[in-house]
Each structure stands twice: as C-alpha cells, then as structure tokens.
Design a protein around this ligand. Structure first.
Ligand code: GLN
Length: 468
C-alpha cells in the first residue's frame, strides 16, 4: 500500500504539487517495520496507516521547510511531538505536504515551492495554508494528514477540497516542533475523509506535553467511544450576524439543507448573536502579524536556514538574508506586525486588537450559555480560481471571516463537507465549547451517517495515471 501510494503521489506532483518532500526510503522502512510488528501480533491505533505531515512539523532527519526559501535547506535534528506521536502509533509518513509560506495564506499560492491545485478543479486553489494536506487527502494520495490552523488553515482547505478537518481547542495538541506563525493562535489538527477518522487521529495527537507550556493538562477522552450518541436535545446556535449576510446563494442553499438535516436528526436550532464578528478579521490581522514578526526574527542567517552570499557586515547579512529568504506575503506581515508593535502604535493597534479579541471571546462565552454548539459556513463561497485574489491582500484576508473568530477565542472548530456550489465542495463549520471536541465529532459523525457528501471524490484517474 505504501509503495502504491508513493507512486500515485509522485505521478500527481506535476498536476497538484501537494508535496514538498516525498520520503520514499523512510516510508518503505516504516511500512516494513509495521508489517513485521503485525506479524508478531502487535497492534496500535495507526499501525501501517500511511499519513502525510504538513511541512510545518519538524521531522528528524527529513527536510522541513514551512513552505519557505528560508528553510529550504533545513533538516531538523529533532521530531515534533505531533509527528512523534504518529510514529509511536505506528503510522507511516509518506512525505511533507506543501503549504503557504510560514502558514500565511488562504490559497496556498504563497509557497516558495509553488502553488497547490485543487483536485476537484485544477484551475482553482485548494485553500490554505494546509492546502497540500487537504489536496493530498482529497485526491486519495493519503487517507489522513496533519495540518495547522492559526486562523482557518485546517478548516478552510478541508472545505475547499471536500474533506473533514478539525482545529482543536488551543492547547489541546502540542506545538513543540511545529514551526511558529502566531503563537497565541497556532494549533495542530487532523484532516481526513470522515469524522470517524478524525476521532482516531485526534486521540493520537492530543494531550499534555511537558515541553510545551501552552499545552493543556486536560484528560484526552476516547473520542471514538461517543460518536454514536444520538443528537436528540442538542442545541445548535445559528449566529444571526452570519446568516443575515448576503452569501453565495448556491452555497447558502446547501448549508440550509444541511441545517435542516441536523434538525431532522433531533437537534434544536437556536437563534444566537455574536455581535463582534465583523471586527474579527481586522483584529486577527493585527495580532497574527504582530506575533509573526517576533517569531520570525529568529531567521537571521546566523543559526540555520538560508544565508545570503558574501555579507559585507552583520547588518548586510540580516537584511539580505531576510529579503532573499522570505516571500512577499511574509515580508508584508513582518512589516505590519513590527509597525503594530512599535512604540507609540502599540496601544492604538496591538492593545486595541487584544481588547477586541476579548469581546469576541465574551460573545462566544455568552452564546455557549444558551447552546451546545454553533454552526456557521466555513468560507463565503467555494474555492476560487488561482490568481483571483493574489493582487488584493485584503480580499484574501476577508475569506477568513468565518474561521478567525473561533481562533481568536481559542475554541475548537470542525469543518465537514455539506454540499456543492459551482460544482465545488463546500463545508459547514461546527464550533464547540473549550475542550468539547468529543461533542463536535459526535455531531459531525451523526451528520455523516445520514448524508454522503464526505464520500464524494474528485476524478483523479488522469492525474495519478502512471500508478494505474
Ligand atoms: N488565512 C489566515 C492567514 O493567512 C490563516 C492562516 C492559518 O490559519 N495558518 O493568516
């Protein structure tokens, strides 16, 4: 199976570009070890299951780039906690998936290694920043992959590619060895076809890590055990700010049909309000770049990563290394973030954004006193065309309107396929209370038992042809 998928992934590369690195030798030897373990009668949750990791997770001895020229020669000496846990569970890592540079983006067009394409329509984006992971799963190159989500980077590409993705509660999954973008928002999580698979994957990924002081000391439930709970009496909040907007009509109709399905399954729909929703994108695009500007200051050409040729002095080393190593969007964010944090502007921008963040969090806290979960779209519409938004960063940022509030509040969000618009898959987002992933997974699983959106697949026979 590993060999078959590696061949398929290889064949798809010129079309999808979903991988930055394929790890043939390591994958084959891990698969062999899994076969031997199985012969000995051993078992573990993911024994022999092929997976791929977003190239933001450090993998010992395997190049890890975070989609950047800056790290295009970086071979980590250590393993991220997430990828280590997958190894311990017996998974076979086929490779490292493509991503927006340092996870900054909503379309995967910001990768130093080239854009990823959507397997449903090669002229459209797969979403970002975990676009490589989402495209690889959707195209059947791997059954599951990891992603990271700072403002939507698991949920949005899952929606654009017609698969399921979960951003856990902030702190649920260790960030050790996950290359930082915005540390108060970053969270790793799984992407797969079904919610049932997400339940198994989260079980593997979650838990306290003593080497990550932001990882939460909260028990990890057996998520698979509660998937069958009936939905009777479950209260689902529909924020009126979200549903009163002029949405994409075809996507809105599909979402309404999905909501009706949940009602049929026994859930009660409750009208709620999240009054500060409109402020979430402006607040996020101050806080995330501010944190990024400090996180990325470590890439200075001295310790690791790219270094410019023949620097004349230290100043020249720093500025040329960073000008050459970082792409345009990353540079834009460093500039915005540094500005927002500078003396005189800190109060006007950064502190103000943090105040808004608290208001957004309080909106959710109030809503969760009335409902068990909240339902919204994942994106304003289906996947857009390559190049459609690259010249207008603000238009690109506004794509994140439904995903960033959850991130600012640190809440878990599940994205599952719920229909089609323009022939492309679209998703619904289920937002849970803190550490209430089990309920989200239960809800998503019940929906998937009664619908078949998650079973739809793009026709990729042509792009994986040499494997057949
Ligand atoms: N699109 C958002 C951004 O560019 C979110 C990215 C992410 O979640 N990593 O910041």
């Amino acid at each position: 199976m590993t060999r078959h998928l590696l061949t398929k992934a290889e064949a798809s590369q010129p079309h999808l570009n979903s991988f930055i690195t394929l790890c043939h030798d390591q994958a084959i030897s891990a698969a062999r070890a899994a076969d031997e373990a199985r012969t000995r009668g051993e078992n573990s949750l993911l024994l022999g299951i092929p997976v791929a990791h977003k190239d933001a997770f450090c993998t010992a001895g395997i190049r890890t780039t975070s989609g950047s020229r800056m790290l295009s020669n970086f071979i980590p000496p250590y393993e991220s906690t997430v990828s280590r846990k997958f190894k311990d569970a017996g998974a076979v890592c086929l490779g490292k998936t493509n991503m927006d540079e340092f996870a900054m983006g909503s379309s995967n067009e910001n990768s130093f290694f080239g854009a990823v394409r959507n397997p449903w329509d090669l002229s459209r984006v797969p979403g970002g920043s975990s676009g490589g992971s989402a495209a690889a799963v959707a195209a059947g190159l791997v059954p599951a992959a990891t992603g990271t989500d700072t403002g939507g980077s698991i949920r949005q590409p899952a929606a654009f590619c017609g698969i399921s993705g979960l951003k856990p509660t902030y702190g649920r999954v260790s960030r050790l060895g996950m290359i930082a973008y915005a540390s108060s928002l970053d969270q790793g999580g799984p992407l797969a076809h079904t919610v049932e698979d997400l339940a198994l994957l989260l079980k593997v990924m979650a838990g306290l890590d003593e080497n990550d002081s932001t990882s939460a000391d909260a028990p990890v439930p057996d998520y698979a055990a509660t998937l069958a709970t009936p939905l009777q009496g479950l209260r689902i909040g529909l924020p009126r700010e979200v549903f009163s907007e002029t949405a994409h009509p075809e996507a809105a109709r599909a979402l309404q049909a999905a909501i009706a399905e949940l009602e049929k399954l026994g859930a009660t729909l409750v009208d709620i309000t999240l009054p500060h929703t409109a402020l979430s994108v402006p607040a996020y695009y101050v806080i995330a770049p501010a944190e990024a500007s400090t996180n990325l200051s470590r890439f200075d050409g001295v310790r690791y990563g790219h270094r410019c040729d023949n620097p004349t002095d230290l100043e020249d080393l720093y500025s040329r290394t960073r000008a050459e190593g970082f792409g345009k969007e990353v540079q834009r964010r460093i500039l915005i973030g540094t500005y927002a944090l500078s003396a005189g502007y800190y109060d006007a921008y950064y502190r103000q954004a943090q105040r808004i963040r608290r208001l957004i969090k309080n909106d959710f806290v109030a809503a969760f006193s009335q409902v068990d979960t909240i339902l919204t779209p994942v994106t304003p519409g289906p996947a857009f065309g390559l190049g459609a938004k690259t010249s207008d960063p603000v238009a690109m940022y506004l794509e994140d309107i439904y995903t960033v509030p959850t991130s600012l509040a640190g809440l878990p969000g599940l994205s599952i396929p719920c229909g089609f618009a323009e022939g492309m898959p679209i998703g619904m987002q289920l937002i849970g209370n803190y550490f209430d992933e089990a309920r989200l997974l239960n809800l998503g699983h019940q929906f998937q038992l009664h619908t078949d959106w998650h079973t739809r697949r793009p026709d990729v026979t042509r792009i994986t042809a040499s494997a057949n």
